[in-house]
Design a protein around this ligand. Structure first.
Ligand SMILES: NC(=O)c1ccc[n+]([C@@H]2O[C@H](COP(=O)([O-])OP(=O)(O)OC[C@H]3O[C@@H](n4cnc5c(N)ncnc54)[C@H](O)[C@@H]3O)[C@@H](O)[C@H]2O)c1
Length: 274
């Protein structure tokens, strides 16, 4: 639930972004952002038909000026009560450098830009992944991922071209970076009276989820789902419900943390088997 006069921003009009916009947009001005104009048109039409107050912006989240213009537009329309960042690329969709620019740098840019305009009492939710939860990176590297100024982030030696073997490794690093960067940014957001958290989804039935299930990791992903305690794939609504909770006053004591929403996959992989 959001302030009735507030502005809500959702990036990424794929499976999750669409479900999230429908779930949290009622009563607010909703700004949808994606670099895919066709998807934006479809979503604006769908929300407008259902009575939402909705506008769209073509945004490339990997570009600083594009992200800053989105934040400025949101702030100009009213009090920015919520921002939910779902725009991203997965390993079967993109090469290493695109994953670094969109998933890692894009999240950092969104955190900076919206950390400067989010209203007191507002909240951000950034979508990471259970892939980030399962990462085992060197703690010093994690600290650098969390705290290196955004303009120097892609200059870290561990992220240099040739240092990352494949898109899957790039995705794991980027998604772990999302978690630790949001954790660190929660202090600055807190000084504005705002909160910010990550959600780490498991396998979710969206265009991205479907593409991954068709890709080289598909068999392993199906086995992970089958071995989990829920035994099912997640729906975009599973994530939208948790976003709704995290931006609500019921979550006013939750900030700087990650919520794993994976149907029990990580527990089934990490817990001792009985
Ligand atoms: N689907 C899953 O199984 C799964 C699991 C874990 C985490 N995630 C994460 O959840 C988030 C949402 O995923 P989804 O499943 O809804 O994916 P999706 O592919 O359905 O949607 C992603 C959207 O991001 C947009 N996008 C990509 N690059 C962009 C850019 N540079 N600027 C603006 N928009 C851009 C795409 O156009 C697309 O509409 C992603 O961050 C993804 O990594 C997904």
């Amino acid at each position: 639930m959001t302030d009735s006069k507030g502005v809500v921003v959702v990036t990424g009009m794929g499976g999750m972004g669409s479900a999230i916009a429908h779930r949290i947009g009622t009563g607010s001005t909703v700004i949808l952002a994606d670099f895919n104009e066709r998807l934006l048109e479809r979503e604006v039409e769908s929300l407008a038909l259902s009575g939402y107050d909705v506008v769209s912006r073509v945004v490339d989240v990997s570009k600083q000026d594009s992200v800053e213009a989105l934040a400025a537009d949101a702030a100009a329309r009213g009090s920015v009560t919520a921002v939910v960042h779902t725009a991203g690329l997965s390993p079967v969709q993109a090469p290493i450098d695109a994953i670094m620019r969109v998933d890692l740098l894009g999240t950092a840019l969104m955190l900076d830009a919206f950390g400067a305009v989010i209203s007191s009492g507002g909240a951000g939710v950034f979508i990471s992944s259970m892939a980030g939860t399962m990462a085992s990176l060197d703690p010093e590297f994690e600290l650098r991922l969390a705290t290196t100024p955004t303009e120097h982030l892609l200059e870290l030696a561990e992220l240099a071209s040739g240092a990352i073997p494949d898109p899957a490794t790039a995705y794991v690093m980027a998604k772990r970076a999302n978690q630790v960067r949001v954790r660190a940014a929660s202090l600055a957001w807190g000084r504005r009276g705002a909160r910010v958290n990550t959600i780490s989804p498991g396998v979710i039935s969206t265009p991205m989820g479907a593409a991954e299930l068709e890709g080289p990791s598909g068999e392993m992903m199906r086995a992970m789902i089958a071995g989990s305690s829920t035994g099912r794939i997640g729906t975009p609504e599973d994530i939208a419900g948790v976003v709704d909770f995290l931006i609500s006053s019921d979550a006013s004591f939750i900030t700087g943390t990650d919520l794993l929403v994976d149907g029990g996959v990580v527990a089934s992989l990490q817990a001792p088997h009985s």
